[in-house]
Design a protein around this ligand. Structure first.
Ligand SMILES: [Zn+2]
Ligand SMILES: [Zn+2]
Length: 147
């Protein structure tokens, strides 16, 4: 990720403000963790925030509320409803697809030009205008295959 968090924060604050949401200190703290978190559950995010800001006491309800707002604004995206529950990731990333392990919840990111091209072609054949796509391959990761 090339963009610096502080620059991003300015942009995201403006975006939220335009939509009638405030960038509170709490939301900023949450966003800062999301930026570095990879793929996470709301519970894991709460734990990360609690560890970094022990005095803030940010509860799960606040985390959920903030995630909902950020998801509406496409600042985070939800990526799976796997064994480990709903997972989110920072939404302002280059497009990629996921492989998800059904045993440990590990998510592997990949990009395949052929798949991307084929999808566009198939949509075109159906005169379908693509807005977005999500592809998930479910299975068992290399580590869990050894167990
Ligand atoms: Zn696994
Ligand atoms: Zn991802």
């Amino acid at each position: 990720m090339s963009e610096d968090f502080e620059e991003l924060l300015v942009r995201l604050s403006a975006k939220l403000r335009n939509r009638g949401h405030k960038m509170t200190a709490q939301r900023e703290a949450i966003l800062r963790e999301i930026f570095n978190a990879g793929h996470f559950t709301p519970e894991a995010l709460r734990d990360l925030v609690a560890k970094r800001y022990p005095k803030r006491k940010i509860g799960l309800a606040t985390i959920y509320r903030t995630l909902n707002i950020l998801e509406d604004e496409k600042i985070v995206t939800s990526v799976s409803f796997g064994v480990s529950g709903k997972r989110y990731e920072f939404g302002i990333k280059d497009h990629h697809d996921h492989m998800i392990c059904d045993i440990c919840g590990e998510m592997i990111e990949f990009v395949d030009e052929q798949i991307e091209k084929r999808q566009k072609l198939i949509a075109k054949q159906h005169n379908f205008r693509i807005v977005s796509h999500t592809m998930q391959i479910r299975g068992v990761c290399a580590k869990c295959q050894e167990l």
